[in-house]
Design a protein around this ligand. Structure first.
Ligand code: GRF
Length: 208
């Protein structure tokens, strides 16, 4: 069985990408009798990002594909999505992982890769998800709502924002006096486990 080519989309520091790189190096994504193996075949960022340096340090082809600011927002999203779809097709990607990717994918890529795009979000979806809910805003909203627990969710990307079927969640307590940064740090540690576990789950689903 050939390995599944995994395309990882990023926008920031890339600690989730780093967790995937480390897992692959550790043999976590090796194929078995019943399922495909996986390899991170490329990384795309929609802006300059530390994540790209991590990819290059790991010898993984890394590209920056910026939104075309000359376009209207809706057309800008569609054009970037179609450009990424073109790259995914050319590299024969079979799994797309959004690891801190901040642009919204829409249009043909969602249909072409239906059920094969996953995203990690730093809350227990469906709570505290949706448009504009990313980064520290999520943790601030969780704290302000008086939640006693939070965590991260890996889900299938559909035409909505943070709305697709959940693959797995990992929970953390919200402690009295937590700052958004403290909660973010506690969740971040769980994300790195969640994202690698979710890729392993997807590889078992993708028969070759
Ligand atoms: C993570 O908090 C993830 O949940 C969110 O974006 C952040 C990415 O962090 N989608 P990193 O770039 O992987 O360090």
């Amino acid at each position: 069985m050939n390995d599944v080519n995994i395309l990882v989309l990023v926008s920031g520091n890339g600690t989730n990408l780093q967790a995937l790189i480390d897992a692959e190096r550790g043999g976590r994504f090796r194929g078995g009798k019943e399922h495909s193996g996986g390899r991170i075949a490329a990384v795309i960022s929609d802006r300059p990002a530390r994540a790209l340096d991590r990819a290059e340090e790991a010898g993984i082809p890394a590209y920056t594909e910026m939104p075309r600011l000359s376009l209207e927002p809706a057309e800008r999203r569609r054009e970037l999505s179609d450009r990424i779809l073109g790259i995914a097709r050319r590299m024969d990607a079979e799994l797309i992982v959004l690891a801190g990717f901040l642009s919204i994918l829409e249009g043909d890529i969602i249909k072409t890769y239906e059920g094969k795009i996953i995203n990690i979000h730093p809350s227990l979806l469906p709570k505290f998800g949706g448009k504009g809910m990313y980064g520290e805003r999520v943790h601030r909203a969780v704290i302000e709502a008086g939640e006693k627990e939070s965590g991260c969710t890996v889900h299938i990307v559909d035409a909505g924002t943070d709305t697709g079927p959940v693959i797995l969640r990992r929970k953390v307590p919200v402690l009295d006096g937590d700052s958004p940064a403290a909660l973010a740090g506690r969740i971040h540690d769980e994300e790195h486990i969640a994202i690698t576990d979710a890729v392993a789950v997807m590889l078992r689903r993708l028969k070759k």
